[in-house]
Design a protein around this ligand. Sequence first.
Ligand SMILES: [Zn+2]
Length: 288
Amino acid sequence: MMKVEPFELYSIVTGSIRLDGGAMFGVVPKALWQNVTDVDELNRIPLATRTLLAVDRQSRRVILTETGCGAKWAPELADRFAIRYDREAIPRALEEIGLSEEDVTDVVITHLHFDHNGGLTDWYDEPDGQTTLRYPQARHWVHKGHWEHANDPHSKDRASFIRQDFAALTEAGILQFVEGEHPNAPFEGLEWFVSHGHTPFQLHPILGSGSERVLFIGDVIPTVAHLPLNWVMAYDMAPLQTIAEREAVYRRCFDEGLKLAFPHDPKVPGVAIEGKPERPIVTSALPL
Ligand SMILES: [Zn+2]
């Protein structure tokens, strides 16, 4: 657990997925990236799916950022990406600190790629039938621009969006749209950062206050191995923009002491960094 006023922060591993190493490291040759990650016989690298849990005991606010792959997978698709999803991971983590899923007040949707927010919904009764919301009592924060993109994606990233993951949110009336490039802070201890390089209007929470703040960097920097400035994913819609966004984020880390939490690192939930934007140096792993 890491304390950043007014929150306790926890990184919960909800499961794992394997994605093509070449796609994950873009133009970086395998001769380099194979030195920093395992790789299987299908050229896939192991990734975790992480939820960042923030708890403010005083205001009784319980915020989940991301919900994992979810359990709605047909076996052949689960096999393609070696998807493992532990449906009990989030309730277990909540129970350990005296809370339950009913206590979740807010869900932050960074973006709607299936490996980040398939866990928003379950099948109601049978596969391919209706879906039911996992957190029907919680406000679901998403950037309006991203919601529009997810509902009408480009052919390049169409395969990353599965409508059943999020369609049920529309009717439920619990969507809380965030708008603009510099959205207002919704409440104390939570600010927003918006990025576009990976996918349009990815929404990142910055949790904490003063010099103790953690930015959930999402798919701008999926793992610690992606810290080198130019090691961006082939999945990115606008890789040059990802590089510019990383540079801006790194400067804030160096100047303001901002720390980073990752969505996909199998071992490292987050880091503090220093140095130069071209190749930041990790000074410590966060105790998330
Ligand atoms: Zn993504």
